[in-house]
Write a new protein. Structure first.
Length: 193
């Protein structure tokens, strides 16, 4: 029971910090200003790690790898801790097990990125319905727009209502199911099968 409690606490802590790193990555990738409350919070929670890492990890094609790589490593470490706390016996050679953990960490990182996009789109849609002039509305609309744009091209307005967020949320749910199914692809590496 203590192991489960520890795992829950670590999952929440690592998950929240990974989400902040992913938010920083997306804000920079989409060229959204950090001069807002959300951006300032993301900077305040991640600067202590990202700024020193930028000396060693350069960006690639405008992507902030100093934010993305630690998020991946955190999720990989969390998967390793989970396996260790649960007492899962590992087989195979060390390189295969390490590759399996990296793969599972990447799957978890992608899963969290999908959850982040899901939350941004949902918040953007809700703000557009109930409080379109809220101070945070432009930020969330700007973050959601690149993900909604392809769906808006395909789905016409119905009685002046944009249904593209609903279709995108459904597509993200399907993508989450596919990504969750990828966890089993790394089992042979971890268990020597």
């Amino acid at each position: 029971m203590l192991g489960n409690i520890l795992l829950l606490v670590l999952n929440v802590a690592f998950g929240l910090f990974t989400l902040m790193l992913l938010a920083r990555f997306f804000l920079q990738c989409l060229r959204v200003s950090f001069h807002n409350q959300v951006g300032q919070f993301v900077l305040a929670t991640t600067d202590w790690l990202v700024r020193p890492l930028r000396r060693f990890i350069p960006g690639l094609f405008g992507l902030d790898l100093a934010s993305l790589l630690p998020a991946w490593l955190l999720q990989t470490l969390l998967v390793f801790i989970e396996f260790s706390l649960r007492g899962v016996p590992l087989g195979g050679n060390a390189a295969a097990v390490l590759l399996g953990f990296w793969g599972l960490g990447l799957v978890e990182l992608v899963r969290l990125a999908i959850y982040l996009v899901f939350a941004v789109v949902l918040i953007s849609a809700i703000l557009s319905w109930v409080s379109p002039h809220a101070p945070a509305a432009p930020l969330f609309h700007r973050l959601a727009e690149p993900f909604l744009r392809p769906f808006r091209r395909l789905i016409p307005l119905v009685a002046n209502v944009d249904l593209s967020p609903l279709v995108l949320l459904l597509a993200l749910q399907i993508l989450l199911m596919v990504v969750s199914g990828l966890r089993g692809a790394f089992a042979p590496l971890l268990f020597g099968g």
